[in-house]
Structure formats: structure tokens, C-alpha cells
Design a binder for this molecule. Sequence first.
Ligand code: ATR
Length: 279
Amino acid sequence: MIISGKAKLAGVMGWPVGHSRSPRLHGFWLERYGIDGAYVPLAVPPERAAEAIRALPALGFRGCNVTVPHKEAAAAAVDHLDETAKRAGAVNTIVVRADGSLEGRNTDGFGFLENLKAGAPGWMAGAGPAVVLGAGGAARAVVASLIDDGAPEVWLLNRTRARAEALAADIGDGVRVFDWVSRETLLADAALLVNTTTQGMHGQPPLDLSLKALAPAAVVTDIVYTPLITPLLAAAQARGNRVVDGLGMLLHQARPGFAAWFGVEPEVTEELRRFVLGV
Ligand code: ATR
């Protein structure tokens, strides 16, 4: 990779950041589109996040992605928040505007929906209620995007019910909270099942969930993508349900940032998927 003195700069800020696949993802696009630019990992400890974000314009950065644990701090540090970031209370994409001010966006929900639409053609949020498991930061973006895209209801369940209640109160109409124990019976009437918990990730036990009651037409998706086919997705596939893996959410959420920083609308392709996975 050759970059010139005029290279456009962006990156991903996190702590730790070494596991992030975003440099690989954006690096692929930069090369593919022949752009003189660089996308670098920015390892910034929590106590320096605000300072590092405020320094982006001075360093000549076009912006950056923000990952764990800085997404909420970024929402507080920027000058402007778009609607998605306000709703999520978190920022994953920062754009330095022409006047040097910082705009915070949240493209996680966009990435989630685009991935579902690409992976399950014909699926629409309006098809029926969505069961969402988990109430962490990722769940917030997922729930808001489903409501905004026309889901009649989101049924939210979390091991710790209070966190689900807090999320539902923030999002407002359309979100109903149920006890964790009701997760299997609710599946009979769901058009979509989403896992946003960490269960099923490499090193974690599988999600404790029988799909026996799941409607045959329901689509199942997991935001975990290591492994690509989680035990949940494998079980859904075995029953004949359509499944969508979580890698595409990462790829699609990256599109708006790349377009804003580097001036090209990038495409998510099978070749990109394989490259980001490293296979
Ligand atoms: P984020 O990083 O997205 O903010 P997180 O705080 O790491 O998320 O939350 C991970 C999610 O996985 C939470 O919904 C968590 O449930 P709790 O709020 O009850 O902690 C869920 N989770 C983690 N371990 C779990 C388990 N063994 N069974 C069910 N859910 C679990």
C-alpha cells in the first residue's frame, strides 16, 4: 500500500482495538477503488477518548469509526448528533465537517437492516413481530432500526429484565418487554428472531434456547459472527428456517462512513466477505 502526503485519513477508535476487522475492511475498499487514503487502528484508553475525538480535525482526519467502549463517550464529545445517534445514545461513525465540527452518526441499525435485506431477500420489518434477545448496546440499535423500519412490535427479552425495561423506555412505542423465561413460547408468533447477546460467540456457551416453537417462515439472525454460523443459526438452518449471519452487519454499517470520508459508495460483495474473514 502506497499513501501520499495528500492521503485522506480515517480509522477506528477503540480499547482494545487489535481485534477490529474494520482496518481490513476499509483497506480492501481503499485498494479496490484506487483511493489515496489510509484507515488505521486508533488504540485510545477510555480516559483519553474525548480528547482523542476532539483532536481529529487538528490531525486532518476526515473522521473515524468508534467501537467498544467509546460509543457513548463519542456521543457526548461530538458537536452534532444525527437522529440515529440520538436515538441510540451512541456513536459509531464520526464525520469531520468542512467547518471542522464533529458530526456523530450511528450506522449499526442501518447495517443490521441492510444485512437482513441482502441475506433474506423479500424480508420486511412489517412482516410481523420481532423477538430480540439481549439489551446491550447492540440491541439498542437493532430495536430502534426495526421499529423505524415498520416492525409492528419488537418483543424484547433480556436475562436482566431491568436493562430491557430501560431500553424499551428509551425507544418508546412498539417495544414490549417479556421475562427471559418466555423466550421459547413467544417464537410461535415471531417473524424474526435476533440474538444480540454474547451467547454462541467463540469461547461462550451456546444460547440456551430451543427453537421447537419457532414459526417455519421466521427469519433468524445473530449479530455474533465468530463463528459465522453460531449454534443458534445452525439449529435454525436444520429446521429449514432462513438464517442471516452477523458478518454482513459489520460490512454494511461501514458503508456510510467510507462514503463520507473517501467519497465513494462502496459495495459489499462475496469477495469482501471472504477477505474480511481472512479465508
Ligand atoms: P454490549 O457490548 O452490546 O453493550 P453487553 O453489555 O456485553 O453488550 O451485553 C451482552 C448481552 O448478552 C446482554 O444482554 C447480556 O445480558 P445481561 O444484561 O443480563 O447481562 C447478555 N448475556 C450475557 N451472558 C448471558 C447469558 N449467560 N445468558 C443470557 N444472556 C446473556
